[in-house]
Each structure stands twice: as C-alpha cells, then as structure tokens.
Design a protein around this ligand. Structure first.
Ligand SMILES: Cc1ncc(COP(=O)(O)O)c(C=O)c1O
Length: 469
C-alpha cells in the first residue's frame, strides 16, 4: 500500500468513526503535512483519493470538508447458503430476456458485462491492426489458423511466466474469446448427463453452456471475499461422480471473490486426489488493484489437470474475440475439437494483438485501467452508502468492475430490474447467476464506466425503488 493510500485510509477511519463529522473541515494540507510528517503532495494525493471515494469534497478557496451524506460504508454479504444439490439447468430464456434489454445506448449501463469502451486503447490497437495486416506474410494467412499466431502465443506465455506459470508453448491454444475455450474444455471432459461443479452464484454463461451440453450442475457456495467453500466441495466430490469443476479462483464473476494462495493450493490438491479436472476461468486476471497479479490455481498444476482460460475481451480488446486456453493434458483434444468446429479466431485480429503486446504499451494501459476501475469502485460504494437502505450489503472486490449487492429480503431483483429499466437504468438481477434461480434479492452492478452526475442520479433512483419494496 502506498503512503498516500495509508494516509487516506486513516482519514477515512476518522470519518467512519465520527471523529470527523459531516460538514466538518478536514485538516488543511499544510497542517496535515506537518502534523502527520508526510509531504504536502502525499496529503493532496490522499485527499484526491478520498474525494473520488465520495467521502470529502473541495470548496473553492476554503479547503476540504467531510461530505454531508458520507455514511458508514455498507456491510459485506456472507457466504451463500449451503445447497450442494444436483440440478438440471434452465436459465437461458431468463438470461436472454435480461441481456436483450441492455442494448439501448441511452441506458445507464450498470447491467453491462464490459467496462466503458473509452477505457480501451482502441486507436492504438487500430494502428497495430493496420501494421499487422500490411506485414502479414502470405504463409501466415493460412498457417496461423491451425497453430495460432506464434508471436501472440509467445507474448501470452511470457505473461504466464510473470504470473508464476512456466507454460510449454504447445499447451497454449488461441480461441474465439474465452467463451470458446471454456466450451471446448467442458466438451472435452464431459458427456451429456454428467455432473459439473460450479459456483453459486456463477457467471450466467456457465449455466447456459451446461444447459446446452445437457450437463447437471452441482452448485458450491462461494464466500464473497474468500471464494468457494472447500469443505462443501470436498463433501460433494466424495458423494457424487463429479466429472469436472468450472471455477474462477480470482475476481470471481459476479462476487469478485479472490481465493488466497494457500486456498488455491488446497483446491488443487483436493482435485488432484479425486483426479477431477479444473476448468479455471480467469478472464479478469489482469484487473487486480494491488501491486502483484494473483497467481492462478494453474500455477500449482504439475499434472496438467487444470485448463486455464483467459481473454483480452475485458482488459484490452472487446470485440476482437481473442482468448486462449492453457489446456494441460487435454490440450491436444481441445485443439482437435477446435479444428472440428470454428477452426480458428481471425488471423488479422491475432496479428494485431501480437503487435500491440510487443509495441503498444500494454502494461501502461493496464495500470491506467486498473486505477480508473478502482476509483470508480470507490465512487459506486460511496454512492450506494448514500442512497441505498442501510441494511443493504455489498462486496468490496480487490479488482474488476462488478459489485454484488444483497438487498433487504423483500426486494425482488427481477421486478427491480424491470422498474429500473423503465427509468433508463440497467442492472443484472441475481437469479440469472443461479441454476436454481436463487439470489432473488441480489443484483450485480457494473462500475466500469467513468462516474458522473448521471451515475449518481441513477443510484439515487435505484435507492428510491429499492426502498419502495
Ligand atoms: C466470467 C467470464 N468468463 C468468460 C467470459 C467470456 O469472455 P470472452 O468475451 O473472452 O469470450 C466472460 C464475459 O463476460 C466472463 O465474465
């Protein structure tokens, strides 16, 4: 943690505990700097941070004041109730009806699955695309369909190395987004009727894939901060013939949970004992807020039991449809399945990304993106504390761009979704994240767009609707 963040946290604590009351002036920069022994620029940075979190505001020529409505932060939700039962999956209609209504560009996009396009270096990518297409060798136009672009695969493998995974290049298969990778992995290790362990709540497309492949879900509870409940998983593996697990060990969608390293190791050892493969969906891996990338479960894999799926859709190039899988012992089977279905992602898109990763300043872009997402998260949390009922619970993920809200019991999030949409606000209601339509009083809200007056107004409107149940 940087010094200014530490100092900001100390001031936030004074506000939270009421030592600094709403409306009160916070210490001037000069005063704070000499009292706390930090430089004026550290104090300024801390105050900017607190301002972006909605805790203080600047008044012209008067200094910084505690915001009037700055309220106690909302508490975090607990783990989802124990319910490791098997179930047929039938959510597609509900998911499509929700997704279909998110398309209106005039809507405040809290229900969206993507961050704002303005946060991506699209102009720089376009230059990479132009150069890559100009320089594409005639041979590559065909060869890259089967093998994938060699430069791109090398660049991806280098990023794995930094994240603690030494990956043989032939394990790496470039796919049409992570979605294709995840589908192929599941097809590789299951047959219709098989049981697959998934998270509760889970990314809705996971449920749709299970439904399409006629697989049955075993829902494992997830703690909003610590990730899946290993005891429940161990019990299910003991009792049921589970053929595969599909989990997100970092920045889980929709809860944002990230498992600690020891827990990831324990998960791997459990699966190794049962010889059950893990499909690790890690599409938000680059969006961590700390200083170190979280290591995937794949980093503990010595037997090729983990199929690790990643993507550029969420952090660099939505719409390019380029993802990948490090397929472990299943790599060859996955490669064949891909050749039998879509053959290859677009060769020019792969070449463009390879060029960008080598010359485009990817790490600089990622630092900016993470910083924007972190400050927008603080703004949404502060706004929720101002406008939502005090009994509302909310997650505080250490990355990504989703918050998961648990509203008071009587709130029906499907109804909330319809009422909010009528007012031009989208959200992702809880039941689309469950095979058994649970989480009826929950919703996922996206803070991936720059925070502005329209976002603040939308939170106020949502707060009023939630309060009316
Ligand atoms: C958890 C999760 N996995 C996979 C995907 C799909 O990624 P891609 O766009 O690369 O296919 C998404 C996109 O919403 C996601 O949220």
């Amino acid at each position: 943690m940087k010094l200014y963040e530490k100092f900001a946290d100390e001031i936030a604590e004074l506000i939270r505990t009421g030592v600094l009351a709403p409306g009160q002036k916070v210490p001037s920069v000069r005063h704070a700097s000499s009292t706390y022994g930090v430089s004026p620029s550290t104090v300024f940075q801390a105050y900017y941070l607190l301002e972006s979190r909605g805790l203080i505001l600047a008044r012209a020529r008067s200094g910084y004041f505690v915001r009037e409505q700055a309220r106690r932060p909302l508490p975090e939700p607990g783990i989802s109730a124990q319910q490791a039962q098997t179930s047929e999956v039938d959510v597609s209609e509900l998911v499509f009806s929700v997704l279909g209504s998110l398309k209106d560009p005039g809507t405040v996009p809290f229900g969206s699955a993507f961050p704002s396009p303005d946060l991506f270096p699209l102009a720089r990518l376009a230059r990479s695309m132009a150069r890559a297409v100009r320089e594409l060798s005639p041979g590559a136009v065909i060869a890259d369909m089967t093998e994938g672009n060699a430069d791109l695969r090398r660049q991806i493998a280098l990023r794995y190395m930094v994240g603690g995974v030494m990956l043989p290049l032939d394990e790496l298969i470039v796919t049409n987004g992570a979605m294709e990778a995840l589908n192929l992995c599941l097809q590789c290790v299951t047959r219709p009727g098989d049981l697959v362990a998934i998270e509760a709540p889970a990314f809705y497309a996971t449920l749709q894939v299970l439904e399409r492949l006629e697989l049955k879900a075993v829902e494992i509870p997830v703690h909003p901060r610590e990730g899946i409940d290993l005891a429940s998983l161990a019990e299910s593996l003991q009792r049921l013939p589970i053929k595969a697990c599909w989990f997100m060990s970092s920045l889980q969608n929709p809860l944002g949970a990230s498992m600690r390293e020891e827990k990831k190791r324990a998960l791997y050892e459990l699966l190794q004992r049962h010889q059950v493969p893990l499909i690790e969906d890690d599409v938000y891996a680059e969006l961590y807020f700390g200083t170190q990338p979280p290591w995937p479960v794949k980093s503990f894999d010595r037997e090729g039991l983990v199929m690790h799926c990643g993507s550029f859709s969420k952090c660099l190039a939505p719409g390019y449809r380029v993802g990948w899988v490090a397929g472990g012992r299943y790599a060859e089977q996955i490669r064949r399945l891909k050749l039998m279905t879509t053959i290859s992602p677009s060769v020019p898109a792969q070449a463009a990304l390879a060029d960008y990763l080598q010359h485009g300043g990817y790490d600089r872009h990622l630092r900016r993106l993470r910083h924007a997402l972190e400050s927008q998260q603080a703004s949404m949390l502060a706004s929720a504390a101002r406008h939502f009922p005090a009994e509302t619970r909310v997650t505080r993920p250490s990355g990504g761009y989703f918050l998961w809200f648990e509203f008071p019991e009587q709130v029906d999030s499907l109804k909330l979704f319809r009422l909010a949409l009528a007012q031009g606000i989208s959200l992702a209601p809880g039941p689309i994240f469950s095979a058994t339509r649970r989480f009826g009083n929950c919703a996922r809200l996206n803070h991936g767009h720059p925070w502005d007056a329209a976002s603040e107004r939308a939170m106020e409107v949502l707060g009023r609707i939630i309060g009316s149940f």
